[in-house]
Ligand binder design. Structure first.
Ligand SMILES: OCc1ccc2c(c1)OC[C@]1(O)c3cc4c(cc3O[C@H]21)OCO4
Length: 347
């Protein structure tokens, strides 16, 4: 009956946060770690003792595991006559702390309490506030970057979230080795603490990698011969090199700011003539081509970038306009890392 389906659809979306927070709880409790180190599926009572939970919470844990299993984070194995036990699935294997592909800091960071309050101010933002400020800035009186520079704990979480995502990139680096082959130098703009630069340096020891980020981000990071850290401002100038890498940077910025960054990138690679390139790693929205879950993730990210930074995720044609407006002549898009793409941009 149409009204019933509409009601179910609406209530399901009201309570989407429950699935997010149940996932965050599972991450904080270390359920995936316990099952992983156990080496085989675990029953609720085994989990309660392994995780040192209050025994009285066994039923609650069962109900959490029921929703998380429904959402594809665990599978239940019930041998004949045995108590049902829970095993990991590919998504919950991303919660194992000891693995390089651990995304716990992304789960903890993106669901940090300081980030959810802003959503309650959205009507005020839409109706009252001037266009420059992001929803986050309106709700908290300062930018998220300023907030992190004042709250080292959140900065650490954010930087490890970015570094965790870079580990996923490591798997894709094999697929896109050719993009970096033949380069003598590369500047990783907005490269933070060097998560990506280190991976590229490992894969291409002769490539001279320079990380450009804000002075307070790179201060204290030691440079080696082929991996150096430079404090600067990508809106002012970018050190010259054969190529410039922009991973998860342009989606933080609106078109005007992104254009400025890309123009500075073009300047930085101008010494290399036609050989130079800009390598963008970011989301490309493709509603026609992607399945519903992937499109929903990309549109979620678009609103996260809008509300946090006045940034945006872009469709192919938006990337094309930005690239051509910045004066580049051509580009090539290669999907990587599941929900991102690598865009090679040529002068
Ligand atoms: O382009 C950069 C970039 C890339 C991803 C993310 C960014 C910014 O901020 C929002 C976000 O949802 C977020 C906020 C966080 C966090 C991680 C985290 O992942 C998401 O740790 C602390 O706060």
């Amino acid at each position: 009956y149409e009204l019933h389906d509409a009601q179910i659809h609406l209530y399901k979306h009201v309570y989407n946060f429950v699935s997010s927070m149940a996932l965050k709880s599972a991450m904080e409790l270390g359920i995936a770690d316990a099952i992983h180190s156990n080496g085989k599926p675990m029953t609720i009572s085994e989990l309660v003792s392994a995780l040192k939970l209050q025994p009285s919470k066994a039923v609650a844990l069962h109900r959490f595991m029921r929703l998380l299993t429904h959402n594809g984070f665990f599978t239940k194995t019930s041998e004949e006559g045995e108590e049902e036990a829970y095993a990991l699935t590919p998504p919950s294997k991303l919660l194992i702390r000891t693995k390089p592909t651990c995304l716990n800091t992304v789960v903890g960071g993106a669901l940090h309490p300081c980030l959810s309050d802003m959503w309650h101010a959205s009507k005020k933002w839409f109706t009252e506030d001037d266009k420059e400020l992001s929803l986050y800035e309106c709700a908290s009186g300062g930018s998220f970057w300023d907030f992190m520079n004042n709250d080292l704990q959140v900065l650490k979480i954010f930087q490890s979230a970015m570094a965790a995502d870079s580990q996923i990139f490591k798997l894709s680096l094999k697929e896109c080795r050719n993009v970096f082959e033949g380069l003598d130098s590369l500047v990783d703009v907005g490269g933070g603490t060097g998560g990506v630069a280190r991976l590229i340096h490992e894969a291409f020891p002769h490539l001279k990698c320079t990380v450009l980020d804000q002075p307070q981000v790179v201060s204290g990071l030691t440079s080696t011969e082929n991996l150096s850290f430079v404090g600067g401002d990508m809106f002012h100038s970018i050190p010259s090199s054969d190529a410039v890498l922009l991973k998860w940077v342009l989606h933080d910025w609106d078109d005007e700011h992104s254009l400025k960054i890309l123009k500075n990138c073009k300047e930085a690679i101008s010494g290399k003539g036609k050989e130079g390139k800009v390598i963008i790693i970011d989301i490309v929205i493709d509603e026609a081509g992607d399945d519903r879950e992937l499109t929903e993730l990309k549109l979620d990210y678009d609103l996260v970038m809008l509300t946090m930074f006045n940034g945006k995720e872009r469709e192919k044609k938006e990337w094309e306009k930005l690239i051509y407006d910045a004066g580049f002549s051509s580009y090539k898009i290669t999907p990587i890392c599941g929900f991102k793409s690598l865009i090679e941009v040529y002068p």
